[in-house]
Design a binder for this molecule. Structure first.
Ligand SMILES: Nc1ncnc2c1ncn2[C@@H]1O[C@H](COP(=O)(O)OP(=O)(O)OP(=O)(O)O)[C@@H](O)[C@H]1O
Ligand SMILES: [Mg+2]
Length: 604
């Protein structure tokens, strides 16, 4: 209970009151007591002197008996029966005694009991009335010298001192009364203090209680709270500061939340995987991409993770000086090549607080690199073969074959063919590289595909006829124009149709069809050749890819025709594909966008 400010304040008030009242009582009572005692002393001395005068006058008149003296004294006795008056002989005997207790003193030697009598008996003046405390009762006593004689029968006894002892009951009753009143006042003040103090404390503690309860809500995460500012004092200021604090916290929190959402959005949208580990090696965060790349469906332990990525132990990772870069090939559900950069990250204080692993999907990069290597190898190989032939035939000619006209003629024909082949190859490579760089600047005009197909068929009719092949067409009545570069589209057609001629069995049909789709035109070239096995179908559009290398080389193919066709189709915003069944034939088809849909296209 006394832990609360309210009760402590009340206790303090009570203590203050008690202390104040104590001091007040002490000084007040002390003062009153002194005053009363002084007054009592004076009155005792006065009555002592009077009694001495009266008695001495009586004594002078003649022999005076004890009974007479006692009668006189009891008449004169200043206050009441409780006052003891003694007349004492020089040797200390109480000759006369008056008052309630007179019997216990009369005739006895009182000098031992009443040392105050020493002075008057010695004929000295009495100094002052003295304060006496007998059996818890307070008295004031006085010893005064007196001269006279008391007659007892024939004997005369000399009287030397008068002793008066008066109880101070009245004084102490008044003092006790004052003390009681002061105590009552103190108790009343305490009672009032408890009530008023608790009200006063309430005004201080209730805003503090309110703030405390709001702070508790704040700690529980409720930030939309406000304390009512009721006063301009320190507590009012505290409430103001508290409101400012919550507003500030709210703003910071919103900012943090926004940042977090932003960060989460960035992490979610990233094409790279990101994994964050805390300083104990536990996974704090793994974005969707990272989970996808690693094939994580549930929580994964760091050890497994690091082992998968071949990053070594977590301790070595965070103790390492720089980032660690490792490339691994994963078989998550699908094949993927991942390059991981792992590095420790530091807190604002500069301590290591965990590690970040960034995963980069390098599958495509690796594929392109692989393609580039293959391409260079293929080009070198394709160029070397005819060169070797030319070189060996030339050497043979130089070493004497020139002599034989017939031999020289045959050799030169071979050399010429091989040079043609090289020329074709170089031309194709040039076309491809031009397409790589100039696809965007291809000049396109409205082009009629049916006319173009018939043109190409015408140009190829000689080689077709040689093999006994027939071109058939399957065109709709009206063919809408496409926006295309006619030369390039002609090259597509030549490449595809010459393949059809090359690979179709003698005497077969080659059907070229046109189909109109809502926004594109489809051209299909169907032959009756051997077909292309399923596993090769996806790859025949790659550069230098040939299904049967030996046979196609024999037919003069380098494997660039379809790659060029694909490149051109794509440069037109279309796509190319294949339908083929081994033993039945092959259809190579491509789509080109229709003119009407090419509003934004480049028409010139
Ligand atoms: N109509 C077809 N029937 C069967 N196989 C085909 C057909 N068209 C293409 N191919 C296969 O696809 C491969 C790639 O064709 P592509 O036209 O790119 O090269 P190529 O004909 O060998 O050489 P190039 O056309 O450069 O002289 C060919 O080598 C062949 O194996
Ligand atoms: Mg070809």
């Amino acid at each position: 209970m006394f832990r609360s400010i309210k009760w402590r304040l009340i206790l303090l008030y009570i203590l203050l009151i008690v202390v104040a009242m104590q001091f007040t009582s002490f000084y007040l009572l002390e003062g009153i007591e002194q005053d009363y005692l002084e007054e009592a002393r004076i009155s005792l001395r006065t009555s002592g002197a009077q009694l001495v005068r009266v008695l001495e006058a009586e004594f002078k008149r003649g022999p005076y008996t004890r009974e007479l003296a006692e009668g006189l004294i009891s008449e004169f006795r200043p206050r009441n029966d409780d006052t003891l008056v003694l007349l004492v002989s020089p040797d200390g005997q109480a000759l006369v005694a008056s008052g309630k207790e007179a019997d216990s003193y009369r005739g006895l030697n009182v000098l031992g009991d009443l040392p105050i009598l020493a002075d008057p008996l010695g004929r000295n003046e009495s100094a002052d009335a003295e304060w006496d405390d007998i059996n818890d009762r307070k008295y004031l006593s006085l010893g005064v010298p007196i001269t006279g004689q008391i007659a007892e029968g024939t004997k005369q006894h000399e009287v030397r001192a008068l002793y008066i002892r008066e109880p101070l009951d009245n004084t102490y009753r008044i003092l006790g009364d004052v003390q009681r009143r002061l105590l009552n006042a103190t108790l009343l003040a305490i009672a009032v203090t408890v009530v008023l103090g608790s009200l006063a404390a309430q005004t201080i503690t209730s805003p503090i209680q309110e703030i405390t309860s709001k702070v508790t809500s704040l700690a529980e995460g409720k930030f939309d709270i406000e304390v009512k500012v009721k006063s301009g004092d320190e507590i009012g200021k505290l409430a103001q500061v508290f409101n400012y604090l919550t507003a500030q916290l709210r703003a910071t929190l919103t900012e943090l939340r926004n940042d977090k959402t932003k960060l989460e959005a960035i992490l979610t949208q990233m094409t790279n995987g990101v994994i964050a580990l805390d300083m104990h090696g536990a996974v704090i965060h793994a974005n969707i991409r990272a989970r996808d790349m690693l094939g994580i469906t549930h929580d994964v332990t760091t050890d497994i993770l690091l082992e998968k990525l071949n990053l070594g132990s977590f301790d070595r990772l965070i103790q390492g000086s720089g980032p660690k870069v490792v490339e691994v090939h994963l078989n998550t559900p699908y094949e993927i090549s991942v390059r991981s950069h792992a590095a420790p990250f530091h807190s604002a204080q500069g301590d290591i607080s965990g590690a970040i692993i960034v995963l980069q999907d390098i599958t495509e990069e690796e594929r392109l690199e692989q393609m580039r290597r293959e391409f260079v190898a293929n080009v070198s190989h394709e160029l070397r073969t005819p060169l070797t032939t030319i070189k060996s035939y030339t050497e043979t000619l130089l070493t004497g074959a020139l002599e034989s006209k017939e031999l020289a003629g045959r050799f030169l024909t071979v050399i010429n063919d091989e040079a043609d082949r090289m020329e074709r190859l170089v031309k194709d490579l040039l076309t491809l590289s031009q397409l790589d760089y100039q696809a965007a600047t291809l000049i396109k005009r409205p082009t009629l595909l049916d006319e173009l197909i018939l043109d190409v068929a015408d140009k190829l009719s000689f080689s077709a006829q040689k093999r006994g092949l027939r071109f058939r067409t399957n065109f709709p009545e009206e063919v809408p124009p496409v926006l295309a570069n006619a030369d390039k589209v002609e090259q597509i057609l030549v490449n595809i149709m010459s393949n059809a001629i090359k690979y179709t069995f003698d005497g077969g049909d080659i059907t070229v069809s046109i189909d109109i789709a809502p926004d594109q035109v489809r051209v299909g070239i169907l032959d009756q050749g051997p077909g292309i096995p399923k596993e090769d179908q996806a790859r025949i559009f790659e550069r230098f890819y040939r299904v049967d290398k030996a046979r196609t080389r024999e037919l003069g193919g380098t494997g660039l025709g379809l790659a060029i066709a694909k490149q051109i189709v794509e440069a037109h915003g279309g796509h190319i594909g294949i339908n083929s069944q081994t033993g039945k034939g092959t259809e190579i088809f491509f789509f080109l966008p229709r003119l009407s849909t090419q509003v934004g296209g480049q028409v010139s």
